[in-house]
Design a protein around this ligand. Structure first.
Ligand SMILES: [Cu+2]
Length: 173
């Protein structure tokens, strides 16, 4: 092997090592994608509303949504909703698991983001930035449009079938 070839091999070996280390550091990583964010406008004098985001984990490690922030709110919580004894009830979650390769879709009557005690109302068509914090992926911000129905929903369900938040019972507040 001549000198030139030796150098070339050393460089190649170095690059392969760098590549392997990079691959290793990415071996188990959550890859969080947010889409279809929307928030219900506040109604009347109400200053508490719900927002919904679709969360996809395209990575190779599980992740967990641990906090959400929205401007002008005194608190933002992740809730689950479901029927209990014939009544739609909501419960605060400490976190929402986003398993590997899965998509968690928030929707009326299920997981949602509760935006509590807003200083300002949210009008139809307004845009609200939501910052979601994940254990592994960190903070990701998405703009949520204010609407009574999910974005890109061809089947515009009547409002009454959407599980009206303002009428839901809350535990804790
Ligand atoms: Cu709620």
């Amino acid at each position: 092997m001549n000198r030139y070839a030796t150098k070339w091999f050393a460089a190649a070996a170095f690059l392969i090592t760098v590549g392997a280390v990079a691959a290793l550091s990415h071996a188990a990583e959550a890859e969080i994608g947010l889409s279809n964010a929307w928030v219900r406008p506040t109604l009347g004098a109400g200053r508490t509303t719900a927002a919904y985001v679709t969360i996809t984990n395209a990575g190779t490690a599980a992740d967990r949504l641990t906090a959400v922030e929205a401007p002008n709110a005194s608190a933002v919580e992740v809730h689950t909703a479901g029927m209990e004894d014939g009544i739609m009830r909501m419960r605060k979650l400490e976190g929402l698991d986003i398993p590997v390769g899965e998509t968690v879709t928030m929707a009326p009557g299920g997981y949602h983001i509760m935006i509590i005690d807003l200083e300002e109302p949210i009008a139809m068509g307004a845009t609200v930035p939501l910052t979601l914090t994940f254990e592994a992926a960190g903070s990701v911000t998405i703009e949520a449009g204010a609407s009574m129905t999910p974005p890109n929903s061809a089947d515009t369900a009547p409002e009454s079938s959407n599980g009206d938040h303002q009428n839901m019972r809350h535990e804790g507040h």
